[in-house]
Each structure stands twice: as C-alpha cells, then as structure tokens.
Design a protein around this ligand. Sequence first.
Ligand code: EPU
Length: 421
Amino acid sequence: MEKLVIEGGLPLNGTIAVSGSKNAALPILFASILLDAPLTFHNVPRLRDIRTTNALLRVLGCDAEFTGETGNSVNVVPGALQPEAPYDLVKTMRASVLVLGPLLARLGQAKVALPGGCAIGARPVEQHTKALEKMGATFELDSGYIVGHCKKLHGADITFDFPTVGGTEHLIMAAALAEGETILRNTAKEPEIKDLANFLNACGAKISGHGTDTIHIHGVAALRGKEYSIMPDRIEAGTFLAAAAITGGECLIEGCPVEELTAVMAKMGEMGITLEPCDQGVRVRRNGTLRGVDMTTSPYPGFPTDMQAQIMTLMTLAEGSSTVEETIFENRFMHVPELSRMGADIRLAGSRAVIRGVKHLTGAPVMASDLRASASLVIAGLAAQGTTHVQRIYHLDRGYEHIEEKLEKVGARIRRMQENA
Ligand code: EPU
C-alpha cells in the first residue's frame, strides 16, 4: 500500500488545472450500454474508479479503453451485451449499480450484484428499484444479486421520496429508451445529472427539465454515437481552492467551474478567502486570518457533502468557532479523529460538529478512510507544521487525478511512498 508524505507549511503559488469530473464520467460511461454505436469521450480523468468502470463495461460486452494523446479519452465499442455485473467489480465501486436500468432497457434482463454499504453510510438503492418497478421491471434478490426482468420498460410518473443523485441518473438512462413518456419528480439537480442528460440528448434522447426538480423523458427507439467531453470536476476544483487558501498562497485554479461552485465559494468568501473568477478559472488567495462560519450540507445548489471534510479542515485554523451539520450521509465524519490527531479541536454530536479554531496543526501519521476524508487530510498536511503521512491513499486515487504532481507543481513538498518505507 502507498502513502503520501507531506512536509507542511509551504504556501502554494501558481496554476493548478482541474481534471474531468469523476461523478459525471461514471454515469455517462455506463450510459454507453444504451447505444449500439461506438462512442468517444474526452476529458475523462484517469482514476481507479474509471478503470473499474471500463473493466465492468468490458465484462458486459463493450470494449472500453483509455486512449488519446493525453490519455484522457475513452473509446467504447459495443459488442454482444451480457446481462451480469459481477460482485467482484460492483463491490469496489457502488456506482456500478447504475448498469441495472440500462441493461433492462436493452436486454429486458439484468443480474447486478447488490452494492453493500460503504464507509460513509449504508447507501441503499430502493429509490432506484422502486422507480424501475413503476416502469414495468420486476426484481428478486438471489444470492446477493438483484435479478431484474421486464418485457419492455414503459414510461411512468415517478416521484422520488427525496432527491437522489444516482437514482435520478439511473432513471434518466432507463427512460431514454423506454416506450412513452417518463416524468421524474423531486429529482436531484446536481450538475453531473445535467451533463449526463446533455450527453444523451446529443445522442438523440429527448430529455428536458434536467437541472430542475422535474424531468421529462420521451423514450426513443435508439440513440446514435457521439464524441462527448466530460464537464470539469467541481469537487476537485473546490479541494484545490481550499488547499491554496489554507496555505496562504495564491493560485489560479484553471478550468474551475464557477457557477457549479457557488455555495462553496460563498462560504469560503465568508471565511475571508478572496476568490476572483476570470476567463481561465478562479484566482484564490488569503491575506488575513480565516474566520469561523456555520455550514450545513444539502443537495445542489446547497453546500455539497463532497466538500464538507475539506472545508472543515479550513475551519480547524479559523478564528472563533465553526459548525458543520452533515445531512446527506450518516457517517461522514471519519476525518474528525484524524484531524484531532493533528491538533484540531472538534467536538462531534450526532450529525453536528463544532470546531474551535487552533493556532496551528501539527504533522502526524493519519489514516484515510474515504475519498473526501483523504482529501481533507492532504489539505491539513499542507498547512501543518512538520511531516504528515497520509496512509491508505487508494481512496484518494479513486477521485483525484495526479494529485501529488499537481500540488508539487505549485510548491508543495509531497511524495508518494510505500507505506512501510
Ligand atoms: N439513498 C437511499 N436510498 C436510495 C438512494 C440514496 O437511502 O435509493 C440515500 C443514500 O444512502 C445517501 C443519500 O440518500 O445517504 C444521498 O444519496 P444519493 O443517491 O444522492 O448519492 P449517490 O448517487 O449514492 C452521489 C455521488 C457521491 C455524492 C452524493 C451526494 C457519484 C458516483 N457519487 O452518490 O459522491 O456524495 O451523490 O451528492 O456520483 C464522492 O464523490 O466522494 C461521493 C461519495
């Protein structure tokens, strides 16, 4: 296993380029199953989760490989579609469950391993299956697999119990090829959902209302192949804004999507961070001390749960007290004991954290537990006095492309090593 070793206390200065969005690329790549035509995707981040996605697409009968000059394109060539997504792949990436609806739409049958819970919560998928049932699918559970059948998926009027990102994406895909009109209500509005719908529309789908809480989809008989460029990763961009700000440096976050980061940038502004949108992205700097703020995570356009751990790291060094209320996942505070090991003053009570700013953090060996917790520990390490060893960085490699190269380029002292070194 590998770890990152960070010598903290150096300001970051220069330009960091934002990669393509992991959470947009995953459903869009899975949507390839809906097509019987070759596709080329650009701006795909080279991440472990994308390699898992390509591997799953190959098991399902499509050829899917990274290609292109920068290695950030993926070609998908369809083959004889297979209905089974095995546990070995699904267990490493929960988003794999999104192949269920597309397989039903194309084959009328699917057998997909049920994803288990993960470190941040139980994460069931009953909103996905209940909605697919309304479209004519039947399901049974067989030895840990969801086995689904349908004659032909048909349009339905579906109201989600709450806005689910994966559920909304899943049903958009299934409805794209269903017979008749599907209306999805109380949908999630995350930008990655818009990117998926834009891709499908470019291939001939008839989707409207994406980005709002009601989406209309008129099923079409077939979709045609396209080249498509994945949107920039708003969470990676937000993570770099936090990294630059905590070190007191000045960076241009190139390709930073401003509109999609409104809530994050507003909260950082309240903390005393200067953020200037420009043609190339966003310039970020901090001159004075950070100020404590209160923050609650909520579905888009609210403050994203995927930036909660990173902003909490900023709060550990902010003047006065801050509070964080996590409303999306029941167990997304695993960075807290690790930040405490570095000297942070954080008290937890259920879904609420109270953070009292300290003068400085101190480098320590810490353990990454999930993707965004890992990012928060890297940010803490950049600001801390002394050396931080962030262990179990395979979590980080799921969602941050070349993170140590990008940070090193702007002045961080960070290197990847074997854990026992
Ligand atoms: N939920 C249910 N039942 C369902 C579906 C969801 O109870 O049928 C619960 C989940 O357990 C969770 C909440 O509803 O507590 C929100 O889940 P949602 O379906 O909205 O999230 P997701 O699709 O599983 C995506 C991102 C997450 C991100 C969330 C929220 C991808 C691949 N994952 O997950 O990203 O945190 O939306 O914005 O797009 C990450 O990138 O680090 C990450 C975890």
